[in-house]
Ligand binder design. Sequence first.
Ligand code: ADP
Ligand code: MG
Length: 199
Amino acid sequence: MLDADFFRRWMTATAASVDREAERLTALDSPIGDADHGSNLQRGFHAVAAVLEKEAPATPGAVLVLAGRQLISTVGGASGPLYGTLLRRTGKALGDDAEVSEGQFADAFRTGVDAVMALGGAAPGDKTMIDALVPAVDALGDGFGAARAAAEEGALATTPLQARKGRASYLGERSIGHQDPGATSSSLLVAALAEANGE
Ligand code: ADP
Ligand code: MG
């Protein structure tokens, strides 16, 4: 079973991973964006780690709802409201249980990813974070390690795609040949799940 502490570890592991990879995320956001993805997420997940330490929510749902709200209020770019919605809606779907099963989490995370698609209007293949998140959700039934591998593969597979959503879509065909920064950060988020689980 997964408790509030597991979800706090997930968020702090994500913050650490975003710190390590910030330059790379920003470099990916240079040719097909505005070179702020690394700094956007660093600011957001630092704020998430800080508020979780201060408020220490007691349930998995409350951890993710608070984290999501914090991302929405601290990240200016498109990715803030999208990641904020992902975590907030996943948290809401987990309800008030003190502990949740991996199966409950997989269902809740799917609800969160669906909410991101509804908010941003992106579908798989549009070269966005959805291209890492949907494969991850589909693989979660086989465990966090499987989800991590699926997300990494999904992020790599965005390179040959033409962007149809977000800033990169303004480039049309010139967006082809670059890995999507948001899909890359989503693979870090999913990898941090496995890390929080000691995998
Ligand atoms: P901005 O584009 O405002 O500078 P970021 O650089 O922080 O924001 O994030 C860019 C990433 O956000 C993209 O690489 C893409 O994965 C994701 N993204 C942008 N628009 C959408 C959307 N409509 N749906 C899903 N993801 C999106
Ligand atoms: Mg950007």
